[in-house]
Design a protein around this ligand. Structure first.
Ligand code: UTP
Length: 297
């Protein structure tokens, strides 16, 4: 890996790839995008957008596909609803809508015309991102941080190291062959040097048990590499393969996330996220705790 430093430019934009078919969630995901399924009362996609906003992101770029237009509607204004709530003096509900409403011009939507893989989805955002570093958040991975959000903490690492930042966390031997895995090097502030990345390694070839958990800060040079990236694991264009190639000319650092991550692309992860967030919230926690305790009796 080269030691050539990359100038530290601000990260203003975030890409949310939401064009996957969500086959693990059929039949629910046939007409409703899996990103619009709710964890308590917020769609899965909103958690990643909130995390990005908290980290200082100013522009939210969604790579969608067919049947995903409801995601665009979710981030639009709903004047009839606002007027009706205002007429009925429902201030608390108006406040909820306002809290999550992006400003005009803060969102962009583009379509991945065929689900050719995550790397291809990211490449579809190239013109909207332009020539600046960007954050990449996989919305399926819903994160519950103990303090600052995962992307905020990555921004802190980035402020001192620059380059490319990848969030990781420990995973089980059983899951290693289905994840992107990094080879960790020496410590750097709150992060560490990444020596190598490999997508879906066999357990015996995995360089560690640190899996890439769905949050990245990436330099724009990735787009040239994605343009001619060959298909990798699963016959899909993999972002990890392009990142591994980028690492021959740029620095990569890891940030180890310590909160809870729920893979809401899987049924079990989605249910666990609902239980965990519902228990943690003041409005739902006491009742849900009681219901679960009764079920466990
Ligand atoms: P996943 O492989 O977890 O999502 O991709 P999927 O393909 O929708 O799920 P299953 O396996 O069929 O249930 C990780 C992320 O990459 C996006 C997905 O939307 C998800 O956010 N993605 C994946 C794309 O945007 N385009 C693709 O071609 C593939």
């Amino acid at each position: 890996m080269s030691a050539s430093p990359t100038a530290i430019r601000p990260v203003r934009k975030a890409v949310f790839p939401v064009a996957g078919l969500g086959t693990r969630f059929l039949p629910a995901s046939k007409a409703v995008p899996k990103e619009m399924l709710t964890v308590v009362d917020m769609p899965v996609i909103q958690y990643a957008v909130n995390e990005a906003r908290e980290a200082g992101i100013e522009h939210f770029i969604f790579v969608t596909g067919r049947n995903k237009h409801v995601i665009e509607d979710h981030f639009d204004l709903q004047p009839e609803l606002i007027d009706t709530l205002a007429d009925r003096n429902k201030k608390d509900m108006l406040e909820i809508l306002e809290r999550y409403q992006p400003e005009a011009g803060q969102t962009s939507f583009t379509r991945q015309q065929a689900p050719l893989g995550l790397g291809h989805a990211v490449w579809c955002a190239r013109d909207i991102v332009g020539s600046e570093p960007f954050a990449l958040l996989l919305p399926d991975m819903v994160m519950k941080a103990e303090g600052a959000g995962c992307l905020s903490s990555m921004m802190d690492v980035y402020a001192t190291t620059g380059g490319n930042i990848i969030a990781v966390e420990e995973t089980s031997d059983e899951d290693i062959p289905s994840k992107g895995i990094v080879d960790p090097g020496e410590k750097r502030g709150d992060g560490f040097v990444i020596k190598r990345m490999v997508e879906k390694p066999a357990l015996a070839e995995a360089p560690s048990n640190l899996m890439i958990n769905g949050r990245y800060i990436i330099q724009p040079e990735i787009f040239d590499l994605l343009e001619n990236q060959e298909k990798g694991a699963g016959g899909e264009i993999q972002i990890t393969d392009a990142l591994e190639r980028l690492s021959s000319t740029q620095d990569f650092f890891g940030y180890k996330f310590t909160g809870s991550t729920f893979d809401c692309g899987s049924k079990e992860g989605f249910i666990a996220a609902n239980v965990s967030f519902a228990l943690a919230r003041e409005d739902t926690g006491p009742t849900v705790r009681k219901i679960i305790a009764e079920m466990m009796d």
